[in-house]
Design a binder for this molecule. Structure first.
Ligand code: NDP
Ligand code: GDR
Length: 341
């Protein structure tokens, strides 16, 4: 496609300006791919995670929306990409209770539009679907001692998770019915210095940094008892790419196989700051959800065995890394996301 493309491969990424999209774009450009980043139009500029890529000769940005099938069809016609990573979503679980129809149509129908486009326009394109551990939902009575795996029961408890499960099964259906190389990564929570500011980990690391600097004196949170299997986004985008390099498409759980409460995440971050979080945290009912996933632990044995993938960053290292990044941002008052981690 591009004369300067050293490996002759083209990858499309939806949600390229999101946390994962930006890490994946960095990685694929480094490997020599032409990267076509798709982002939706917004009234203010929100490309801070990918601003460093603007002048990259292998990077192009196009407008797109999950709810607009024509935009994805044009992209497939134009590029016939080797790989297509579907990362775009209204990805906030709590928000999905407030805007369930939009969340659902974007994730469920939006994914179907892409699969139909690939089937009819570019059937050799390999497809990655961003499935989620939220699909396991309230599954705690099940005895998956080592964590949830690809065969564990799925009982989603939010509009977001129900929509993700729809997209997950649709991806498998297009794989089995039409032979598409379509894989789902069932990714457990993954975070980074580029994590959106309203997810709990980043909310905590920003607040701890601001409290340390005397810029804030309280942190309002919801359920501190929820347990999550937190990994590092930089590790997780490697797994996405590995899935599309396999001879056959499949589904894989990607996780650290360690689980911690929100309270334990607070412990690590505030200890790093030399502060006692109990002096600052206020429990605020507005941050509780109508339904909650109480416990998530993933078993990534299949990905380890077949992809040779394993996480390099655990929760404690991740929490410290995020805190240090936010302390630097808050200290220098530099725009968020310009500290690249
Ligand atoms: P982010 O919320 O950081 O990024 C989501 C991206 O999707 C943003 O670029 C956003 O654009 C875009 N988007 C939202 N709505 C639309 C739309 N209607 N049309 C086009 N683009 C849209 O999410 P992450 O990077 O963390 O996650 C990537 C994917 O992986 C998501 O699908 C998420 O649900 C899933 N996932 C994430 C996990 C995690 O722990 N991070 C775990 C498991 C799955 P804008 O910036 O304009 O809002
Ligand atoms: P999650 O992530 O819902 O697991 O979805 P989030 O960080 O929003 O919540 C994690 C846990 O923390 C509790 N919590 C709070 N959460 C937020 N956002 N804000 C608070 O103030 C707060 N207080 C407590 C939550 O109740 C929850 O138990 C993320 C997203 O990235 C999804 O897109 C992805 O699919 C899943 O991870 C895997």
């Amino acid at each position: 496609m591009n004369n300067t493309n050293p490996i002759g491969k083209v990858a499309v990424i939806t949600g390229v300006n999101g946390q994962d999209g930006s890490y994946l774009a960095d990685m694929l450009l480094h490997k020599g791919y032409d990267v076509i980043g798709l982002k939706r139009r917004t009234s203010t500029i929100n490309t801070s995670r990918i601003d460093h890529l603007y002048d990259h000769p292998l990077f192009k940005l196009h407008h797109y929306d999950l709810t607009d099938g024509s935009s994805v069809f044009h992209i497939l016609e134009k590029y016939k990409p080797d790989e297509f990573y579907n990362l775009a979503a209204q990805s906030h679980v709590a928000v999905s209770f407030e805007i369930p129809e939009y969340t659902s149509s974007g994730i469920a129908e939006g994914t179907l539009k892409i699969l139909e486009g690939i089937r009819t326009i570019s059937p050799n394109t390999r497809f990655y679907q961003a499935s989620s551990s939220e699909m396991f939902g309230d599954n705690t009575d099940h005895n998956d001692m080592n964590g949830f795996n690809e065969r564990s029961r799925m009982l989603p408890v939010s509009p977001y998770a129900v929509a993700k499960l729809h997209a997950h099964h649709m991806t498998r259906t297009y794989r089995t019915a039409y032979g598409l190389h379509a894989s789902s990564g069932i990714l457990f929570n993954h975070e980074s210095p580029r994590r959106g500011e309203t997810f709990v980990t980043r909310k905590i690391t920003i607040a701890a940094a601001r409290i340390k600097l005397g810029l804030q004196d309280e942190l309002r949170l919801g359920n501190l008892d929820a347990k999550r299997d937190w990994g590092y986004a930089g590790d997780y985008v490697k797994a996405m790419w590995l899935m599309l390099q396999q001879p056959h498409a499949d589904d894989y759980v990607i996780a650290t196989q360690e689980t911690y409460t929100v309270r334990e995440f607070l412990d690590v971050v505030f200890a790093e700051a030399g502060l006692d979080w109990k002096r600052y945290v206020v429990i605020d009912p507005q941050y509780f959800r109508p339904n909650e996933v109480p416990f998530l632990l993933g078993d990534p044995s299949k990905a380890k065995r077949l992809l040779g993938w394993q996480p390099e960053v655990n929760m404690k290292l991740l929490a410290r890394l995020m805190y240090k990044s936010d302390l630097a941002i808050q200290t220098k008052q530099i725009p968020s996301e310009t500290v690249i981690g």
